[in-house]
Design a protein around this ligand. Structure first.
Ligand code: PEP
Ligand code: MN
Length: 369
């Protein structure tokens, strides 16, 4: 493996040491001047944080929860910048926030997950930011739609804001366990495919939702070659006024950064490709066989559909489906495979099989009519 360090995709005028990830860190919310200063001093002393984050206005799911210290918080952040020397980034959710943020000379702003979902809000924010050259981060929308994420970035770009980055903070899911938000990493690959030069940071705090998982999510982000991390840090996490379960102490954060292994993108792509080619050839052969098997399966499904139709049976038979799933899951477990993987695979196979049979029924009916 060559020793070439990771090339940082540019964002703002800050950059980490070669080979280190980009780091944005700070409390979920700015709660008091003391809390802001204590956190910032610890991060400054550690030296690996490029931008200090803090929520000034907090978008809370239910009214009555702590909604941020607002204008006071902005003043604390300005004091922090003068006294501690870290640039700061805050969330803006509407044009008034933008006006305040620009007046306070915020070093960067982010658009939150609850805002990215709404093109009207994003457009208003983009218009309010127009004319400033401020760096802007866009969090993924709450639901898993890369189009909305890209759309928000495009709205900002059209207003002349060219210093952009994305933040991946996971997606709403009914059962995201063990996480608070489902990472759906594949959506970051799609964003990267569409905008290769855009830095993509991961926010493991909002994905994990609990302290003990923040490190492993951070490591996955690095292993997938994301550009950096946005992490919530609080001097007394249990007493935090928002997101208490997921914030880390500065000491735990420093230990996390010490342990983080970073080795992706350091290797020469040509050498990687040569060394992996024989395993990849074998996978290609297996995949080609899978497609042939799927085709063979489909022929049998078609025969079956015609037989069912002759017998007057319905396309879908619950007992048979549950039985089949059961058999495949226990086979998977015996072979040491994750039964959920095999279950998801057969749910897809079955969905297409049912669709195909329903189409055959319809065609047959049309012919008979
Ligand atoms: C936050 O970063 O504190 C926040 C509110 O994030 P999100 O928009 O990702 O929920
Ligand atoms: Mn938070």
């Amino acid at each position: 493996m060559s020793a070439a360090a990771r090339r940082h995709r540019p964002f703002g005028h800050w950059s980490p040491e070669p080979g280190q990830p980009w780091v944005i860190a700070g409390p979920c919310s700015a709660e008091s001047l003391d809390q802001v200063l204590e956190t910032a001093r610890a991060l400054k002393a550690d030296g690996r944080t490029q931008l200090f984050r803090a929520g000034v206005w907090k978008p809370r799911t239910r009214p009555g929860a702590f909604e941020g210290a607002g204008y006071n918080a902005l003043e604390w952040l300005q004091i922090m910048r003068t006294e501690v020397g870290l640039p700061f980034v805050i969330e803006v959710g509407n044009p008034q926030h933008v006006e305040r943020a620009l007046a306070a000379k915020a070093d960067a702003v982010w658009v939150g997950a609850r805002t990215t979902v709404n093109p009207f809000y994003v457009q208003e924010i983009a218009e309010a930011l127009k004319g400033s050259q401020i760096p802007v981060l866009v969090k993924n929308p709450i639901h898993a739609d890369v189009g909305l994420w890209l759309g928000a970035l495009e709205r900002l770009d059209k207003m002349g804001l060219s210093d952009l980055a994305a933040v991946h903070r996971g997606f709403f899911a009914t059962h995201p366990e063990p996480y608070r938000n489902d990472p759906r990493w594949e959506l970051t690959f799609e964003l990267r495919r569409q905008v290769p030069d855009l830095p993509i940071f991961c926010d493991p705090s909002h994905i994990a939702g609990q302290r003990d998982l923040v490190e492993s999510v951070s490591q996955i982000a690095m292993d997938l070659a994301l550009d950096g991390l946005m992490i919530e840090i609080h001097p007394q996490p249990d007493e935090a006024l928002s997101d208490a379960t997921q914030q880390l102490t500065p000491a735990r954060f420093a230990a996390l950064l010490d342990r983080l292994a970073r080795y992706l993108e350091h290797a020469d792509p040509g050498a990687v490709s040569t060394r992996l080619s024989s395993d990849r050839d074998q996978l290609d052969q297996i995949d080609a066989q899978l497609v042939e098997l799927i085709q063979h399966r489909q022929e049998i499904v078609e025969r079956l559909a015609h037989r069912k139709l002759e017998l007057g049976a319905s396309v879908f038979q619950m007992d048979r489906w549950l039985d089949m799933l059961d058999q495949r899951e226990s086979q998977a477990a015996k072979l040491g495979l994750d039964p959920n993987y095999v279950k998801a695979f057969f749910e897809l196979v079955h969905r297409y099989s049912v669709q195909h049979q329903a189409a055959i029924y319809q065609e047959q009916r049309r012919e008979e009519a």
